[in-house]
Structure formats: structure tokens, C-alpha cells
Design a protein around this ligand. Structure first.
Ligand code: P5A
Length: 420
């Protein structure tokens, strides 16, 4: 991709409305454009990041046998009246009427709809366990949308829904998803802290949050230091709790192992038994022809919040530092002197050679050297190949690691070879 054709409206100004660093950087890097309070347009850089996250999520969810679907974003209110949540959900739900005066709503979550699809098609114990997931837009009319996409009203979520014959089956599925989530966050380049949580409005009796440590997080975590180095991915064998529940006397965390940090909730999973299957009369027949209401769970990842959380966890004073796994491009080529023929020739040669193996952003714009370098650091692609006049004459380019800031001079062939 050529920067001259790529839409990333970067800016030096720190937007005054943005308090959180990820919000500032997303605006400055031209990743999002606010449409209304808590509602954003997602511009090309952030779309590329969300696609990377989506691909990792899908790979890991497919691996555990989850079925990807798109539930509709607009749902009939009747489904929620059946489950008993239509009134209870309150003002966070965006309610809509169609031209015939029928009541609809924009999905804040899809437990009812997953249960509805299930009851239409699944009749026998032989079809269980069953796991659906989607990656789709949600709307919650939050009282206080804030920190940009961190707490939006419209946001992008991965949501999954499971159906099992009994409690043991549901526990097995819950653990499978838990493990898959740990893998997803680690593949993205983050260190997830699983926390036993209060299930809140989704309801039920077992729940974990997945938190990412960041100074700017909204939750306070009390956790066992061992969690951070642990590769254990079973629910809560090492402990973390959130602030309102922390009681040092009751805490299983030994005092010497206790760490306290702020965290950002990027995922949340729930087991809630027959809370939806029973009132919605979703059942299957067991071996003996008996009616069984499946035991359910739901599993969320805030995909759009993750974009901001990754930035909170990985940036410096110059801008974003993308973990390689989710970077919008693998590498960027900075041609500092676009009018110089030698520079153009080298930049094009490197660009053409790398295109087949890497996603490359070639900054071919005629802007000042300072602006070009600043934009590259702001956008945060992990590797930069910098081409300047003097070194270009002798066939040398600079190779910069965005994270460490280290710059190494190398031949054109070596620079290309590093990525092929
Ligand atoms: C689980 C999947 C649910 O909605 N139903 C389907 C369950 N859980 S949740 O905790 O309410 O949300 C899941 C994750 O979505 C992100 N999230 C948000 N992101 C941005 N703005 C918001 N307003 C917002 N609300 C929730 C969080 O990452 C949360 O863990």
C-alpha cells in the first residue's frame, strides 16, 4: 500500500476532548473519527488491526469447534419479552419501531437470539454440545460513554453461546473457551489476567473477566504475582479479584505474592445454566425421550476495546507500538527524499520485493523528513526501512525497530532478506 493512496489522516495536535492516551493516539493516528458520543467511524488503520484480531479469534475458536454465524443486529422485542429481559435491560437498550409499529431493538448482546436459533433446529441430545460465535456490532446506550472506543455506545464484540446436556458438559465447554481466550490474548501479544467476576446483568452463577494490566484501567486488581508468568490456563487456579470484593482476611493470595494493578476488561465469560433455555422453551430430547433444557454459557471479547487496550499496554511518547501479530502492516518503508531518483529506485525495489511476503506501507508522500519520521513512529508499525540520500548513493538503508528505537544500517539485499 502506498501512503499517498492510504487514508490515515494523522495529526500532531493532542485532541483536548481525549483524556486517555489510547484515545489521543487513535485520533492522532487517524484511526477513528467520532460520529456522535460513543459512536465512531473506523478508518483503514483500525480496520486492519480489527481484522488481525478477528483472524486470531476465529482461528482459535474454530479450533475448539465453535460455529461462526452472524446473528442479526436488529432483533424483535418479542424474544426479549419471552426471556423476561426486555424491561429489565432498561435504558441501555436502543429500542426501535418499524413502519408497522412492531417493536425491535439493536442487539446489546444475543443470548435470546442464539437460544431462538437453537430451538428452531436442535431437537436431539445427539446434536449437543453446540457452540456458536459471531463477531459483530453491538449497541448499548451507556450513560457515560468515555475514553473513545474503550467504553463506546456502538462497539465490536466477539460473542459466543454454548449449549450442553448437563452441568458437567457445560463446565467442560466453559473451560475450553477459557483456555481458548488465554491463547487468543497471548497470541495478540498481551498478558491476560483472568479474574473471578460478578456476572451482573447477563445473569447466572459462574463468570470470569479477562483483564489486561494498564495504569489507566478502570478496575483495580488484587492478584497473585505468579499469574503473570503462569502458562496455566485453567480457571482461577491462581487468584485475582476486583476491588470491591477484596478482603485481605478472606483472600487466598499469600501476602508476599500479592500485587495490585489497574486493569482493562477485554473479555468476559459466563455460565448461566438454563436461565434462557427454560423460559424460551428451548429443549432437546435425551436417549429416553425425556425433555432436557440445555445448560448454557456466553463468552465475550471486546474487539474494539481491545484495539484501545493494546495501545494502552504498548506505546511510548512518540506513539503506538503495535505487537507484530496485530500490526496494521508488517513493515513500513520511508523514502525520505521522494524527488531523489536513487531513493525512489531503492524504495520501489524493496517495496516490490517485500510485497509478496509482507503487508508493506510505503511512505512515498512528498512531505518533510521530520513529518515522515514522526508519522511512522505515531502509527507504530514495528519495523521501518528508512531511505535517505547519502546512504542511498552507496546502497545502504537504515533498519529501525520501533519498539527499541534501535537503528541498524544494512545493504538493500540484507534489508529485503530479513523479511522474506
Ligand atoms: C458475553 C458475550 C456479554 O455481553 N454476552 C455475549 C456476554 N458480556 S459483557 O461483559 O457485557 O461484554 C463483553 C465484552 O465486551 C466489551 N464491552 C465493551 N466494549 C466497548 N464499549 C462498551 N460499552 C462495552 N461493553 C462491553 C468488554 O470487553 C466486555 O468484556
Amino acid at each position: 500500500m502506498l501512503s499517498s493512496e492510504f487514508f490515515a489522516p494523522t495529526s500532531k495536535e493532542v485532541p483536548s476532548e481525549a483524556k486517555m492516551i489510547s484515545h489521543q493516539l487513535m485520533l492522532r493516528a487517524g484511526m477513528i473519527s467520532q460520529s456522535a458520543s460513543g459512536i465512531y467511524c473506523w478508518l483503514p488503520l483500525s480496520v486492519r488491526v480489527m481484522n488481525k484480531i478477528t483472524n486470531i479469534v476465529c482461528e482459535e475458536q474454530d479450533r475448539i469447534g465453535a460455529n461462526r454465524v452472524y446473528f442479526s443486529t436488529i432483533q424483535p422485542a418479542d424474544l426479549w419479552i419471552e426471556s423476561g429481559r426486555y424491561e429489565a435491560y432498561g435504558k441501555e437498550m436502543l429500542r426501535i419501531k418499524d413502519r408497522k409499529d412492531n417493536n425491535f431493538l439493536y442487539s446489546p448482546t444475543n443470548e435470546e437470539q442464539a437460544t431462538d436459533v437453537f430451538r428452531k433446529y436442535v431437537k436431539s441430545y445427539r446434536q449437543l454440545p453446540l457452540l456458536f460465535y459471531q463477531i459483530h456490532w453491538k449497541f448499548r446506550d451507556e450513560i457515560r460513554p468515555r475514553f473513545g472506543v474503550m467504553r463506546g455506545r456502538e462497539f465490536f464484540m466477539k460473542d459466543g453461546y454454548s449449549f450442553d446436556m448437563n452441568f458437567e458438559g457445560a463446565q467442560t465447554t466453559y473451560r475450553k473457551v477459557f483456555k481458548s481466550y488465554m491463547k487468543i490474548f497471548r497470541r495478540i501479544g498481551l498478558t491476560p489476567v483472568p479474574v473471578q467476576a460478578d456476572p451482573g446483568a447477563i445473569g447466572g452463577n459462574m463468570s470470569h473477566e479477562f483483564q489486561i494490566l494498564a495504569e489507566t484501567g478502570e478496575s483495580t486488581l488484587y492478584y497473585d504475582k505468579k499469574l503473570l508468568s503462569s502458562t496455566d490456563d485453567k480457571p482461577s487456579s491462581i487468584f485475582a479479584v476486583t476491588d470491591e470484593k477484596y478482603d485481605p482476611k478472606a483472600s487466598p493470595i499469600p501476602e508476599t505474592e500479592l500485587a495490585i494493578s489497574k486493569g482493562i476488561e477485554v473479555g468476559h465469560i459466563f455460565y448461566f445454566g438454563t436461565k434462557y433455555s427454560r423460559p424460551m422453551n428451548a429443549f432437546v430430547l435425551d436417549e429416553n425421550g425425556g425433555k432436557v433444557f440445555p445448560e448454557m454459557g456466553s463468552y465475550g471479547i471486546g474487539i474494539s476495546r481491545l484495539v484501545a487496550a493494546i495501545i494502552e499496554a504498548s506505546h511510548d511518547e512518540r506513539g503506538i507500538i503495535w505487537p507484530e501479530a496485530v500490526s496494521p502492516f508488517g513493515i513500513t518503508i520511508l523514502n525520505l527524499h521522494t524527488k531523489n531518483e536513487k531513493c525512489r529506485e531503492i524504495a520501489s525495489q524493496i517495496y516490490e520485493s517485500l510485497l509478496s511476503t509482507k503487508e508493506v506501507l510505503y511512505d512515498d508522500r512528498s512531505i518533510s523528513v521530520g513529518e515522515k519520521l514522526a508519522d511512522a513512529d505515531l502509527i507504530g508499525i514495528p519495523y521501518q526501512i528508512i531511505i535517505g540520500t547519502k546512504k542511498a548513493e552507496i546502497g545502504i538503508v537504515e533498519f529501525k525497530n520501533r519498539k527499541t528505537g534501535e537503528i541498524v544500517e544494512m545493504s538493500i539485499d540484507k534489508a529485503i532478506g530479513r523479511f522474506q
